[in-house]
Design a protein around this ligand. Structure first.
Ligand SMILES: Nc1ncnc2c1ncn2[C@@H]1O[C@H](COP(=O)(O)OP(=O)(O)OP(=O)(O)O)[C@@H](O)[C@H]1O
Ligand SMILES: O=C(O)c1ccc[n+]([C@@H]2O[C@H](COP(=O)([O-])O)[C@@H](O)[C@H]2O)c1
Length: 411
């Protein structure tokens, strides 16, 4: 169920530094807390949006007013990082046929395969097959564009940055990358919704601009029932991202590690790739800014931080203090009370943003696996491309899982 089951697992001790050691704090950009959430901590100068007039005073980015939406993710070809990975067809690069970049507009941007857009003239691209409007996200599942593939070995590994925003759009905001760690066995619409909920919460409530989002599926060394081989889980995440989203990516680095990797080290890896190797992202002035990296997790994962001998205290300080956490509430779980009662969480509470699910979604991978074993439909619980992949590879069909695991309610 968790790393404590690994044969070489040693419970974290308060006096010992876990191995491998964490990245030095000096390599992690100090972008401040996600928000002063507790009323008593409220300090307008920390959270208040900076007026463009005063911007120069507050930032090294200089003064430039952007008209872009605060939470927008770029889809214009020239704003995307070059494809660094192997792709599954000759011409895979998505183009923005809409020609706008505003994720918050009523017309979501639609990345299409260049090949496909060449097939449609301007009029045709308004209505594909006169049934699906070009702005409908559902199109992505139907368009036979390629899917960016992650390497299957560490030697061939390259950090995926093809959808990582190259430049900060709003000079009044600070750049933020969201990372979700988990099994994703298989990825479901809930896992996809988590990012959209986070995007909305960050855009509405904070001074950050989301410049990228990543899934980091855990490696096969994570001893959890129902875990499909990591290359399949990575591939399913890739299909889900490329076919249903215009901004999400999958990073295989964690899944390719020869041993279980603690989440604090996974966040260090993202910091290393984005801030140390790439120097952050460009701002309006042409200077680079450090990107805040935050862990996106459900209430159950956060509550596991309160269980003895699972997470090392030093890792929790590192994750919550140097990075930060976005917590999606689960049905019935009281994340705020947990935050209040957990000493380390409380200490770093200003770096933790609790995201309320306004439309409850409780799709569970465990139950999806059970349905597959029983030959039941999983349609509309996960993307069609993922369902097809599971069928093609016969995943989960012949598995057994302890009854307790399947019936277990995380709430
Ligand atoms: N119902 C939910 N509400 C909020 N977050 C969730 C929910 N289900 C899973 N998550 C979060 O999604 C991330 C990935 O979790 P995971 O892959 O374990 O999904 P799962 O559906 O819970 O899987 P499993 O059933 O195999 O335990 C974790 O951060 C987890 O907390
Ligand atoms: O870093 C740790 O000490 C640690 C302890 C327990 C769990 N985690 C991570 O939390 C995630 C749990 O995922 P899941 O699918 O079991 O909900 C997974 O990515 C684990 O690596 C991490």
């Amino acid at each position: 169920m968790d790393p404590t089951r690994a044969p070489d697992f040693k419970p974290p001790s308060c006096n010992e530094t876990p191995d491998p050691p964490l990245a030095p704090q000096s390599t992690i950009p100090k972008s401040g807390p996600i928000m002063p959430y507790v009323l008593a901590d409220y300090n307008a100068s920390i959270d208040a949006p900076i007026h463009p007039r005063d911007y120069k005073k507050h930032s090294k980015f200089g003064r430039q007013v952007s008209t872009a939406h605060h939470g927008s993710i770029p889809m214009k070809q020239d704003e995307l990082q070059p494809l660094s990975n192997e792709t599954s067809s000759e011409d895979e690069q998505d183009v923005d046929v809409n020609g706008d970049n505003d994720i918050g507009s009523s017309r979501p941007r639609m990345p299409f395969n260049r090949q496909m857009s060449a097939l449609f003239d301007e009029e045709e691209s308004q209505h594909i097959g006169s049934r699906i409007h070009k702005y409908q996200i559902a199109d992505l599942e139907e368009v036979p564009h390629g899917v960016v593939r992650q390497a299957r070995t560490l030697e061939d590994y390259e950090f995926p940055a093809h959808r990582l925003q190259k430049k900060l759009r709003n000079p009044n905001k600070l750049p933020l990358v969201i990372v979700a760690c988990g099994s994703f066995s298989p990825i479901t619409y809930l896992h996809l919704r988590m990012f959209e909920m986070a995007l909305d919460a960050i855009s509405e409530q904070t001074r950050f601009e989301v410049v990228g989002g990543y899934y980091s599926p855990v490696s096969d060394n994570y001893q959890k029932p129902g875990l499909a081989p990591s290359h399949h889980r990575v591939r399913m995440c890739e299909l889900a991202c490329e076919r249903t989203s215009s901004w999400l990516m999958v990073d295989a680095w964690e899944s390719l590690q020869p041993a279980y990797t603690r989440t604090a080290k996974v966040l260090d890896h993202f910091n290393d790739e984005i801030n140390v190797k790439r120097g952050g992202i460009l701002t309006a002035t042409g200077a680079k800014a450090g990107v805040k990296i935050m862990l996106l997790a459900g209430g159950d994962l956060i509550e596991s931080m309160g269980e003895p001998n699972v997470w090392a205290d030093s890792d929790l300080h590192h994750i919550l203090g140097n990075y930060g956490c976005l917590i999606v509430e689960r049905t019935g779980s009281d994340v705020r009370s947990f935050l209040l009662s957990h000493d380390i969480m409380y200490e770093h509470r200003r770096n933790v943003l609790v995201i309320k699910q306004l439309i409850y979604n409780d799709i569970s991978s465990t139950k999806v696996r059970l349905f597959i074993r029983r030959g039941m439909s999983v349609q509309y619980l996960l993307p069609n491309s993922v369902i097809r992949y599971i069928q093609e590879h016969g995943l989960y069909v012949n598995q057994t899982e302890p009854v307790k695991q399947v019936m277990g309610n995380k709430e």
